[in-house]
Design a protein around this ligand. Structure first.
Ligand SMILES: Cc1cc2nc3c(=O)[nH]c(=O)nc-3n(C[C@H](O)[C@H](O)[C@H](O)COP(=O)(O)OP(=O)(O)OC[C@H]3O[C@@H](n4cnc5c(N)ncnc54)[C@H](O)[C@@H]3O)c2cc1C
Length: 459
C-alpha cells in the first residue's frame, strides 16, 4: 500500500462570515469571543465538543489557581464575571485565603454558554477545525469538518484558542514544544470525579494519619507524591505491596473538594508518561486508554483503603485529556523563566501573576535561579500583549497556554486565570485592530491594557 494518497480538489461552501472568528471554545476562547462580541463585532466561536470550557470543563480541571498576589486580584473583568455567576448559583466558593476560584466544572459549561450567547456570540459546536485558509501569510478563515461535511468560515481576524496552537501550526507559523534538548512535554493527566464520599469519616481518617490544614468541604485538599511526606504515603505503599496499585500511581495523586457537590471529590490524576509531542494522535489514544485503566485502579484502591469511600462511586471521567504543555508559538515577545523569576514588568502587559514555576514530572533548570515557592505578596511578573502575536502570519492572535514563551516560562501563566486574561486581551485586540484599520501586530498593546483595566482587570 502506498504511504500517501492524493486528496482530490473540491469546492467547499462558505458556511459563515465573521468579523472575529475564535477557534476553540475553552478557557481562553470563551473570554476572547465575549470580549470581541461586546465590542460590536460579529463573532463566531468554533468548538469541537458539544459544550464550552475546554480543559476547565471537559478536562474537569478545578479549582482556579490562586495567583499568589495579595488578595488574589482578578486578572480580567470577564474572569470576575464568570466567578460571580458561579457564586450566584452556589457552583463556586471562596476559601479563607480569599481564593474565589473553587468551582464546579460541570456547571461552568452552562455559565460560559449563557455568557457567550448574551454577548451575541454565534457558537458552532461539534465542528473540528481542520485547515487554515492562509494566503500570502495572511489568514482569511478556516475550514471545519462536521456532520454537514466541510465548510469554510471567513473572517477579518482569527483567534487561535485551541490550546495546541493548531491554527498557527496549520498556517506554518514557527513554534517550539517541550523541554529544550529533547522536546519532551510535561506529563498529561486524565482527571476524574467521585461521589458518595463520607467526608467526615474521610477527614478523620486523614487526621489519624497526620494530615493537617483546612479539611472542610468544599475546600478540601489532599495529595500524595512519593517521598514528599504526605500522610497517605504509607497507605499507597501498602497498596503497591499488595498489588492493588502500581508504583507509578503514587508519582502524582491529588484531590480537591467541589463547591455545590457535597460528598464529591475531583482528582488531579492519574499522570501519564510524557513524550515528545503529546499532540500526536497515537500518544493521545494511548494516554486516554492508559489513564482510564489507572482511574479504575485508583477507584478500587480508594474504596478498599480509604475510610469514608466504602459507598463512593466513579462520577465522571474527563472527556478530554489534560494537556499541560504542547506547542508554544514564537511571538513578537517570548516570555522566559528569567522574566518570571525577576518579576519583569511590561508597558503592554495584559496579565499579572505571581503563581510559581510549575513543571510537572521533571526537575527543571532555570540558569542561575533557584525555583522558589513564591510566598503570597506584592510581587508579580507580567505578560505582554506581544506574546499573543505569532510571527509569520497576519491577522492571527493566539490565546491560552500556547502563548509565546520558553518551556519554563509557560509553566506559570498556563493556569486558568491567566489564560482567561489572554483570551480577553485577544478578543479586544482583534476588535480594536479592525476598528483602527491596522494589523494586530501593529497594535499598541498599551491600548489593550487600558481597555482591560477599565473593564476590571488588575493591571
Ligand atoms: C491536568 C491539568 C491540571 C491543571 N490544574 C490546574 C489547576 O488546578 N488550576 C488552574 O488554574 N489551572 C490548571 N491547569 C492549567 C489550565 O487548566 C490550562 O492550561 C488551561 O485551561 C488551558 O486553556 P486553553 O484555553 O489554552 O485550552 P483549553 O481550555 O483546553 O481550550 C481549548 C479548546 O479548543 C478546542 N479545540 C481544540 N482543538 C480544536 C479543533 N481542532 N477544532 C475545534 N476545537 C478545538 C478544545 O475542545 C477546547 O475547548 C491544569 C491543566 C491540566 C492539563
Amino acid at each position: 500500500m502506498a504511504d500517501i494518497i492524493k486528496e482530490a480538489g473540491r469546492e467547499i461552501p462558505v458556511i459563515k462570515r465573521a468579523h472575529v472568528l475564535v477557534v476553540g471554545g475553552g478557557t481562553a476562547g470563551v473570554p476572547a469571543a465575549i470580549a470581541a462580541a461586546r465590542r460590536g463585532k460579529k463573532t463566531v466561536l468554533v468548538e469541537q465538543l458539544a459544550f464550552l470550557g475546554g480543559t476547565a470543563t471537559a478536562g474537569l480541571v478545578t479549582p482556579l489557581m490562586h495567583n499568589n498576589i495579595k488578595g488574589n486580584p482578578s486578572p480580567s473583568g470577564i474572569n470576575s464575571e464568570i466567578i460571580a455567576r458561579l457564586l450566584d448559583c452556589n457552583a463556586a466558593a471562596v476559601d479563607s485565603s480569599g481564593n474565589d476560584g473553587w468551582f464546579d466544572p460541570v456547571y461552568l459549561a452552562f455559565v460560559l454558554e449563557q455568557m457567550a450567547l448574551e454577548a451575541g456570540v454565534d457558537i458552532l459546536f461539534n465542528s473540528f477545525f481542520c485547515s487554515a485558509i492562509c494566503d500570502g501569510g495572511v489568514i482569511k478563515g478556516i475550514v471545519v469538518e462536521n456532520k454537514g461535511g466541510r465548510g469554510a468560515i471567513l473572517a477579518e481576524r482569527v483567534i487561535d484558542a485551541t490550546g495546541d496552537a493548531d491554527v498557527a501550526f496549520r498556517c506554518g507559523a514557527p513554534f517550539a514544544s517541550g523541554r529544550p534538548g529533547n522536546g519532551i512535554n510535561q506529563p498529561t493527566s486524565l482527571r476524574f470525579e467521585m461521589g458518595g464520599i463520607d467526608f467526615d469519616k474521610f477527614c478523620r481518617f486523614l487526621e489519624s494519619l497526620g494530615q493537617k490544614g483546612e479539611m472542610s468541604p468544599p475546600f478540601f485538599h489532599t495529595a500524595m507524591v512519593w517521598g514528599r511526606k504526605w500522610a497517605l504515603e504509607p497507605i499507597f505503599r501498602q497498596a503497591v505491596e499488595a498489588g492493588d496499585l502500581e508504583e507509578r500511581d503514587g508519582n502524582y495523586f491529588q484531590a480537591f473538594g467541589i463547591p455545590g457537590k457535597p460528598g464529591c471529590v475531583s482528582f488531579n490524576c492519574p499522570e501519564i508518561e510524557p513524550e515528545a509531542d503529546v499532540t500526536r494522535p497515537d500518544y493521545q489514544s494511548h494516554a486516554l486508554v492508559d489513564g482510564r485503566r489507572a482511574i479504575l485502579r485508583l477507584v478500587c484502591f480508594m474504596k478498599k483503603y480509604f475510610a469514608g469511600f466504602e459507598n463512593a462511586w466513579l462520577m465522571h471521567g474527563a472527556a478530554m485529556l489534560g494537556v499541560r504543555e504542547s506547542r508554544r508559538i514564537v511571538g513578537e515577545y517570548v516570555l522566559t523563566s528569567r522574566d518570571i523569576l525577576t518579576y519583569t514588568k511590561f508597558e503592554d502587559a495584559i496579565a499579572r501573576s505571581n503563581y510559581p514555576v510549575d513543571v510537572h514530572g521533571a526537575q527543571v533548570e532555570c540558569g542561575e535561579f533557584e525555583i522558589p515557592i513564591v510566598p503570597e505578596g506584592e510581587r508579580y511578573f507580567e505578560i505582554p500583549y506581544r506574546c499573543l502575536v505569532p510571527k509569520g502570519v497576519e491577522n492571527l492572535l493566539v490565546a491560552g497556554r500556547s502563548f509565546s514563551s520558553d518551556y519554563v516560562g509557560q509553566s506559570s501563566p498556563r493556569v486558568q486565570p491567566s489564560c482567561r486574561a489572554f483570551g480577553e486581551a485577544a478578543g479586544i485586540a482583534a476588535a480594536l485592530s479592525m476598528e483602527m484599520g491596522i494589523n494586530p501586530r501593529a497594535l499598541d498593546g498599551r491600548k489593550v491594557r487600558a481597555i482591560m483595566k477599565e473593564a476590571g482587570a488588575y493591571l
